[in-house]
Ligand binder design. Structure first.
Ligand code: CTP
Ligand code: CA
Length: 232
């Protein structure tokens, strides 16, 4: 298999990867969701396992994906469930990768019965802020733990994708940030990605257009080199 050619340079590392899109319920049958497929997170988990890591994959809603071999799968639904699963697993992890698309907001009210159409105009949906799981993980980070974030950005008239990414890296305080350029359309649901890999030490690597497995191997190379340069 292709995995046989990979280095076993993650042996001894415990990694936790989040993937997919959270779903925030409105009632028992409806939710607010997003279009994340989970493919990138699954590729990151799969490549980590192929390179020898002990991997936990915390998966929110995903496309119909094959569970990577040798990976422990934890299923979650909402942002709050994903947060609990990540904190629980982070305690004994060396590397945390937040590739999940976590809903920024959730409905305030969870209606216990299916909302009826009725004759009246609908009420607006009231939303409240979800916790920022990545920021919490960074704040709770133990010594020697590496934290990787993701950002899907589109450039606009004033600020390019890279500038958005640099600002987000600073704001989040993680060690590495994968900046996906989604302006060109592809990243969500597609098989390919491209963008930038930004390190807290100022290193900026372009991620050429390529498969999600290729992005995963670039990511793990950067984690390995970051961890070896911070060893004393
Ligand atoms: N993230 C998170 N918890 C949230 C929202 C995002 O952990 N409630 C994580 C994502 O998994 C990703 C990173 O934060 O690793 C960046 O997510 P993104 O949506 O790009 O950034 P936000 O801080 O939510 O800012 P905005 O959506 O306004 O760009
Ligand atoms: Ca967001």
């Amino acid at each position: 298999a292709r995995g046989d050619a990979l280095p076993r340079d993650l042996e001894g590392l415990r990694v936790v990867v989040s993937a997919g899109g959270t779903r925030e319920p409105l009632d028992p049958v409806r939710f607010l969701g997003n279009r994340s497929s989970g493919r990138q997170g699954y590729a990151i988990a799969r490549v980590a396992a192929q390179r020898g890591a002990e991997v936990v994959l915390v998966a929110a809603h995903t496309a119909d994906l094959v569970q990577p071999a040798g990976v422990e799968l934890v299923r979650v639904g909402t942002a709050l469930q994903l947060r609990d699963a990540m904190h629980e697993r982070a305690e004994r992890a060396d590397v945390l990768v937040m590739s999940a698309a976590v809903a920024d907001f959730r409905p305030v009210d969870l209606v216990e019965h299916k909302i009826k159409k009725g004759d009246l105009d609908p009420d607006p949906v009231r939303l409240t802020r979800n916790p920022d799981v990545l920021a919490e993980l960074v704040a709770a980070r133990r010594p020697g733990q590496s934290v990787v974030g993701f950002a899907a950005e589109t450039g606009d008239a004033d600020t390019g994708v890279l500038d958005h990414g640099r600002a987000k890296l600073k704001r989040k305080g993680c060690d590495l940030l994968v900046v996906n350029d989604v302006g060109s359309g592809g990243a969500f649901e597609g098989e390919d990605n491209q963008g930038w890999l930004l390190s807290s030490d100022g290193t900026e690597r372009p991620i050429p257009h390529g498969s999600k497995a290729h992005l995963a191997s670039i990511l793990w190379d950067a984690v390995v080199s970051g961890r070896s340069s911070s060893e004393v």
